[in-house]
Design a binder for this molecule. Structure first.
Ligand code: F6P
Length: 564
C-alpha cells in the first residue's frame, strides 16, 4: 500500500513520460539538425549565442555556448520541465516527500546544509548527532583523544567504499591541494585488495591511528574485510588479540545500521548515525564527511556545506531558465536522449580535483544508470551517459587524440579555475607557480577552442608547406592532420578555490542528477543493480558446489589450480 502511494507520487505531482509530451516531438525535430553538431557555424552567425548560453552562480561561471544546442532547443527542454512537473518535484524533494520511490524514503542530504528539515520524528536525534559530531571533532583536533598506548590520535584512516569513500576523499584531496590548513594525517582505504590497506598504512604509526569505518549498511564486504585487517594490524602492533576491547578507542563507525556496528564490537559512544534518508553517494555532507571535519576543522566543513546550501537556495528559487543545476540536467537529457550520446568526459583542470570524475561517475551512473520508470515501464530512450575523465592536463597526453580525430564526438565538461594573481615579490618559485597556474587555465580554454575549431585540410596543407615541405608531401599529409572540430564542450570556470566553491560544484552536480532522473522517470536514489554482483560474489566465496555457467565454472577451476 505504502509502495503504491510512494510510486503514485510522480503522477500526483503531474509527471508524465517525456515521449507523451509535445516538447518531445519538437526536440526530436531539433535533433535532426543538431546531430551534425554545427556549433562552430552557430557561434559565427549568432552574435547573441554566447550571452544567451552563459550563466553565473556562486563562484562559478558557466559557458554552455560550445554545446550542441541553441536557445530554441533550450526552450523546448524548458517546456519539457513544465510538462513533467519538475518544479513540483524540486519542491517535493526539499519537503521530504518520498522521492526515493522504490525504497519509500525521502532524500534529505540537504538537511546537513540547513536547506531542508529532517523528518519530524528524527529531528531531535539529528540535532544531537550534529552536536556529538562537532564535539568529537573538537576533541580529536585538540589532541585529547588517546589510543591504546596513551599517545594522541592524529592520523585518520577512513575505511569505506563508493559513497562512503569518494566524497570525503575528493574533498580532502582538493583541500590539501588548495593549501587549507590540516590537522594531522588523513588517508583512505577502499579496495578489497588487501594491498590497498597494506600500502596505505605502511608508514603510519598504529599508536596514533584512528580508523573511521564508514558504511551505511555496515555489511559491505570490502569495508568489513578492511576493518578486520585494521584490527589485526593494531593487535599485532600492541601484542594483544584483535578482539581486545582496549583497541576500541582506535575505531569509530559511521552507519545507519547502529546495531550491526555494536555487534561488531564498536563502542556505542563511537558510533555516528547516518540516517536512512541520506543516500550513500549524496552523503559527504553528513557524518560521512567526518574525515574532512577531523582533518580540516568543523568551520571548514561548515563552509563546504554553506557553499552547497547556496546552490540549494538557487535550485529552489531561480527561474528554470536561469537555474544552473536545471540547465546542466537538461543539457545531459538533450545529449543522451535526443543526440544519442552515450558518454561524457569530465576534465577538471585542477589536480586537487582529480577524483571529481570518479565521484561524478558514481553519482550519475549509480543514480541514473536505470531504465525502468516510475510506472514500471521501460524507458523507450537512452538514459544516463557513461561518465569518465581525468585531471587536465594529464588527459591531454592520454585520450585527447580520440576527442580530436576519433570517429565520434563526445561531450566534454571542462572544470577550471582562474589562476592566482602573480606574486608581487621576486620569489622565483612563487612566480613559476603562478606561471604554471596560468598555463593550466590557458590549456583548458585552448582545448575547448581547438576541439571546436578543428583544422581543415586546406589549413593543414598550408601549415605543412610553411614548414618547407614539398607540395606533394603536404597534399599527402594534410588528410591525416585535418581535425573536424565542432566537438561539443561545456565550461565551468570558478573565480577561486575555497571550501564554498567546492560545496557549490558538488551540489550543482547532485541537483543536476536529480533533474535528469526526474525527466527520464527513473529513481536516482536506489541501486538494486549493484546487489546482484554482490550476491554472486558471496555465493562463489562460500559455496564451491554452487552451479555455474560453463564459462564461470572454467574460470573457477583455473583459479583454484593457479592459486598462489
Ligand atoms: O556500490 C553499491 C553501494 O551500495 C553504494 O551505493 C554505496 O555507496 C557503497 O556500496 C557502499 O555502501 P555502504 O556505505 O553501505 O558500505
Amino acid at each position: 500500500m505504502a509502495t503504491q502511494r510512494a510510486q503514485a507520487l510522480p503522477f500526483a505531482l503531474g509527471w508524465q513520460p517525456i515521449e507523451q509530451t509535445a516538447a518531445h516531438g519538437t526536440l526530436r525535430e531539433h535533433a535532426t539538425r543538431w546531430r551534425a553538431f554545427p556549433i562552430r557555424e552557430q557561434l559565427q552567425h549568432d552574435r547573441q549565442r554566447v550571452s544567451a548560453l552563459t550563466w553565473h552562480v556562486g563562484d562559478w561561471h558557466l559557458d554552455l555556448s560550445k554545446q550542441a544546442w541553441d536557445v530554441s532547443v533550450l526552450q523546448a527542454l524548458l517546456d519539457l520541465t513544465h510538462a513533467t512537473a519538475l518544479p513540483q518535484a524540486i519542491a517535493a524533494l526539499f519537503a521530504g516527500e518520498p522521492v526515493n520511490l522504490t525504497e519509500r524514503r525521502a532524500a534529505l542530504h540537504m538537511a546537513y546544509r540547513g536547506s531542508a528539515q529532517p523528518p519530524a520524528a528524527q529531528r531531535d536525534r539529528f540535532v544531537s548527532e550534529e552536536t556529538r559530531l562537532a564535539a568529537f571533532v573538537a576533541a580529536y583536533r585538540s589532541g585529547a583523544l588517546e589510543g591504546f598506548s596513551g599517545a594522541p590520535l592524529d592520523t585518520v584512516v577512513n575505511i569505506g567504499i563508493g559513497g562512503s569513500d569518494l566524497g570525503p576523499r575528493l574533498v580532502c584531496e582538493a583541500f590539501a591541494h588548495w593549501g587549507i590548513a590540516r590537522h594531522g594525517t588523513v588517508r583512505f582505504v577502499a579496495n578489497l585488495d588487501p594491498s590497498d590497506f597494506v600500502t596505505t598504512t605502511a608508514e603510519l604509526d598504529p599508536a596514533r591511528t584512528l580508523f573511521l569505518v564508514t558504511s551505511k549498511s555496515f555489511s559491505t564486504a570490502e569495508t568489513l574485510s578492511n576493518t578486520r585487517l585494521a584490527r589485526l594490524w593494531l593487535a599485532r602492533h600492541f601484542g594483544v588479540t584483535p578482539d581486545d576491547p582496549r583497541l576500541n578507542g582506535h575505531f569509530v563507525a559511521v552507519t545507519n545500521a547502529v546495531e550491526k556496528a555494536e555487534a561488531h564490537g564498536f563502542d556505542s559512544n563511537r558510533i555516528f548515525w547516518l540516517p536512512e534518508w541520506v543516500g550513500g553517494r549524496y552523503s559527504l555532507w553528513s557524518a560521512v564527511g567526518l574525515p574532512i571535519a577531523l582533518a580540516y576543522g568543523w568551520e571548514t566543513f561548515a563552509a563546504l556545506r554553506s557553499g552547497a546550501a547556496e546552490i540549494d537556495r538557487h535550485f529552489q528559487s531561480a527561474p528554470l531558465e536561469a537555474n544552473v543545476p536545471v540547465l546542466l540536467g537538461l543539457l545531459s537529457v538533450w545529449l543522451a536522449t535526443y543526440l544519442a550520446q552515450q558518454q561524457m568526459a569530465v576534465l577538471p583542470y585542477a589536480h586537487g580535483l582529480q577524483l571529481l570524475p570518479a565521484w561524478y561517475q558514481q553519482l550519475e551512473m549509480e543514480s541514473n544508470g536505470k531504465r525502468v520508470r516510475f510506472d514500471g515501464s521501460t524507458a523507450p530512450y537512452p538514459t544516463a551517459m557513461a561518465v569518465w575523465g581525468m585531471a587536465g592536463t594529464l588527459g591531454q597526453h592520454a585520450f585527447h587524440q580520440w576527442f580530436y580525430q576519433g570517429t565520434q564526438p563526445i561531450p566534454i565538461e571542462f572544470v577550471a579555475f582562474a589562476p592566482e594573481p602573480a606574486a608581487a615579490d621576486d620569489d622565483p618559485l612563487l612566480r613559476a607557480r603562478a606561471d604554471a597556474e596560468a598555463a593550466l587555465a590557458a590549456n583548458a580554454v585552448a582545448q575547448a577552442e581547438a576541439l571546436l575549431l578543428g583544422r581543415s585540410e586546406a589549413e593543414a596543407f598550408t601549415q605543412v608547406r610553411a614548414q618547407g615541405r614539398t607540395e606533394a608531401d603536404a597534399r599527402a599529409l594534410a588528410p591525416f592532420l585535418a581535425i573536424p572540430g565542432n566537438r561539443p564542450s561545456s565550461f565551468l570556470l570558478a573565480s577561486r578555490q575555497r571550501p564554498e566553491t567546492l560545496g557549490q560544484l558538488l551540489a550543482l552536480y547532485e541537483h543536476a542528477t536529480f533533474v535528469r532522473g526526474w525527466l527520464w522517470g527513473v529513481n536516482p536514489f536506489d541501486q538494486f543493480g549493484v546487489e546482484l554482483g554482490k550476491q554472486m560474489a558471496r555465493q562463489i566465496e562460500t559455496r564451491c558446489d554452487a552451479p555455474h555457467d560453463p564459462s564461470t565454472a572454467q574460470l573457477l577451476t583455473w583459479l583454484k589450480k593457479a592459486a598462489r
